[in-house]
Design a protein around this ligand. Structure first.
Ligand code: FAD
Length: 455
C-alpha cells in the first residue's frame, strides 16, 4: 500500500539519518527515499557531546542502549567544567563549575556509524545523487534535479544537505527571482545573501591525544587526566579538552578555536578543511601556560576547520520544501549544540508528519508551523553559541580595548572580572537546563492542531 505521501530526504549526515530513523519510528505510513551525494558513507569527525534535550530524543527513538554502549560519561550526573585564563606564562584557575546535567560524549564517527546501520537495516540510501536544484508547481509533485542529469519526484522535500545546502541555494534563488519579478529589487538582493554560508570569523583546529600512546614520562601528567571539560581561555582564542572513548581506548578530545579579527560575515575563500602540522597549531598557543604547552607537545597534527555559518534565515520553508539541520542553521560549535538542534528538527518533523490529520493537502500548513517553532529556537541557540565564543575569547564590548599583549601580561584583568566573564558564559548555556523537548513538543502539537483546524 502506498504511504499517505512521499518524502525525499536529501543528505545522509546526522540530520538526514536521524530524520529517517524518526520517520520510520513515528510515521510508518509515510514513504521516504534518501539521496546522498557521497560515493560511500564514511564516518568523520572527532568529539561530539549530547546533553539532556537531544538525549531525550534518543530515548524516544529507542536508541538509548545502543548509544550508551559507545558513549563516555552519561546519565544525570555532576558535569565538571573547569575554566582557566591560559594565555599567559602562569595560568589562573578562574572557576570550577559543577552542573547536574545529562551529557554523553561520543566519537562522532562512532555515533554516525550506528545511525547509518539503523537506517540501512530497512532502507537503501541512494548514493552518488547530488541534488542540483528542485522545481515545484502548485498542484504537481516536486521535481528533484540531480547533477548526473537524472530526476525524481516527491510530495515533500526535506533538505538535510548541510551548511552548503543546494536546496537552500535553490530555494533562496527562487524566492529572490520571485521578488525581483515583483519589482522588489532590494528584497531580492537580500534574499540572495542567504544562498552561501558566511565565515563565522573562527577557525577551529581539532585533534585528539591518544592517552595510551603517550611517552611514559607524560602519562602521569594531570593535564591528561582531568575529568569533564577544561576551557583554557585567552584573548581571541581558547582551547577545550574533554575525554572521549574510541573503542575501548580513552582519548583526549582537543578543540582549538582561533578568531580572526574583522572576518566575521565575510565569504571565506577556502579551503574549508585542511590537515595542519603540530607546529602550525602550536604557534597560536606560544607563550600560553605550561599545561597548554604539554598538550601541544603531544598532539599529532590537527584538522583545520573553517567554521561557516548560515545567517539567520527569514524562512526555513518554501511550499512543500523545508530545510533542517545545518542547511537551515549551521552555527558555531561553542555550545556543542549544532547536532542537538539537527536532531530536534528531525524529531519535530517526524512527529508532525505522523499526525493522521497531516495529509498531502495540509503539508504546507504543517511546514509553516515547523518554521514558526524551529526557526526562532534554533536561531536563538545559534546566537547564544556565537556569544559564548566571543565571551570565551574576551571579544565582547567590555574587553574591546584589551590587546593580546595586555592579556598575555596576566596583570590587566582582575580575578573578579574573569569570574564575571565565566558567570556570563554559564548563563549563555542555561537554556539547556531550563527547557525540555517533551514540553516543547506538546506546545508544538497544540499549535499544529490549531493551524490544521483553521486551514
Ligand atoms: C568543529 C565542530 C564541532 C562540533 N561539535 C559539536 C558537538 O559537540 N555537539 C553538537 O551537538 N554539535 C556539534 N557540531 C555540529 C554538528 O557536527 C553539525 O551541526 C551536524 O553534523 C550537521 O549535520 P547535518 O546532517 O545537518 O549536515 P552534514 O553533516 O553536513 O550532512 C550533510 C549531508 O548531505 C550531503 N550532501 C551535501 N550536499 C548534497 C547535495 N547537493 N545532494 C545530496 N547530498 C548532499 C553531504 O554529503 C552530507 O552527507 C560541531 C560542528 C563543528 C564544525
Amino acid at each position: 500500500m502506498p504511504g499517505k505521501f512521499s518524502v525525499a530526504i536529501v543528505g545522509a549526515g546526522l540530520s538526514g539519518l536521524m530524520l529517517a530513523i524518526a520517520l520510520r519510528k513515528f510515521a510508518p505510513d509515510v514513504d521516504f527515499e534518501i539521496y546522498e551525494s557521497a560515493t560511500q558513507l564514511s564516518e568523520v569527525g572527532a568529539g561530539l557531546s549530547l546533553q539532556e534535550r537531544p538525549w531525550s530524543i534518543m530515548q524516544a527513538l529507542g536508541l538509548e542502549s545502543v548509544l550508551k554502549a559507545i558513549a563516555g560519561g552519561g546519565e544525570k550526573q555532576s558535569i565538571s567544567l573547569s575554566y582557566r585564563k591560559s594565555d599567559q606564562a602562569e595560568g589562573i584557575s578562574i572557576d570550577d563549575i559543577k552542573l547536574m546535567e545529562t551529557s554523553f560524549t561520543f566519537h562522532r564517527a562512532a555515533l554516525q556509524k550506528i545511525l547509518i546501520e539503523q537506517v540501512q537495516s530497512t532502507h537503501t540510501i541512494h548514493l552518488r545523487k547530488r541534488l542540483a536544484s528542485y522545481a515545484q508547481s502548485k498542484d504537481g509533485p516536486i521535481e528533484l534535479r540531480f547533477q548526473d542529469g537524472t530526476t525524481a519526484t516527491c510530495d515533500l522535500l526535506l533538505a538535510a544537505d548541510g551548511v552548503r545546502s543546494a536546496v537552500r541555494a535553490s530555494m533562496y534563488s527562487q524566492l529572490a527571482d520571485a521578488a525581483s519579478t515583483s519589482g522588489k529589487a532590494d528584497e531580492a538582493a537580500e534574499l540572495r545573501t542567504y544562498v552561501e554560508p558566511v565565515f563565522s570569523g573562527t577557525i577551529i583546529y581539532r585533534t585528539i591525544i591518544r592517552l595510551d600512546d603517550l611517552p611514559e614520562e607524560a602519562k602521569a601528567q594531570p593535564v591528561f587526566h582531568k575529568q569533564g571539560m577544561t576551557l583554557y581561555c585567552g584573548k581571541n582564542k581558547h582551547l577545550v579538552t574533554y575525554p572521549i572513548y574510541q573503542g575501548q581506548s580513552k582519548v583526549l578530545n582537543v578543540a582549538a578555536p582561533v578568531t580572526i579579527a574583522g572576518q566575521e560575515g565575510t565569504i571565506h575563500p577556502g579551503p574549508h578543511t585542511a590537515s595542519v602540522s603540530k607546529e602550525e597549531l602550536a604557534q597560536y598557543y606560544a607563550g600560553w601556560e605550561p599545561d597548554v604547552q604539554e598538550l601541544m607537545k603531544h598532539v599529532d597534527g590537527a584538522l583545520k576547520w573553517v567554521v561557516n555559518v548560515v545567517k539567520p534565515l527569514p524562512t526555513f520553508v518554501h511550499g512543500n520544501v523545508a530545510l533542517l539541520g545545518d542547511a537551515a542553521h549551521a552555527m558555531t560549535p561553542h555550545q556543542g549544540a549544532g547536532a542537538g538542534q539537527c536532531f530536534e528538527d528531525a524529531f519535530l518533523l517526524a512527529k508532525f508528519l505522523a499526525r493522521p490529520e497531516v495529509t498531502k493537502d495540509t503539508l504546507s500548513v504543517t511546514l509553516k508551523v515547523y518554521d514558526e517553532i524551529r526557526r526562532p529556537f534554533s536561531q536563538k541557540v545559534a546566537a547564544l553559541s556565537r556569544m559564548s565564543g566571543k565571551t570565551a575569547h574576551f571579544d565582547t564590548p567590555e574587553f574591546a580595548d584589551l590587546t593580546e599583549e595586555q592579556s598575555a601580561s596576566g596583570t590587566t584583568l582582575s580575578l573578579e572580572q574573569l569570574r564575571e566573564n565565566v558567570a556570563k558564559l554559564k548563563e549563555l548555556g542555561d537554556w539547556r537546563l531550563n527547557s525540555q523537548v517533551g514540553e516543547d513538543l506538546s506546545d508544538a502539537l497544540r499549535k499544529l492542531d490549531a493551524a490544521l483546524g483553521a486551514s
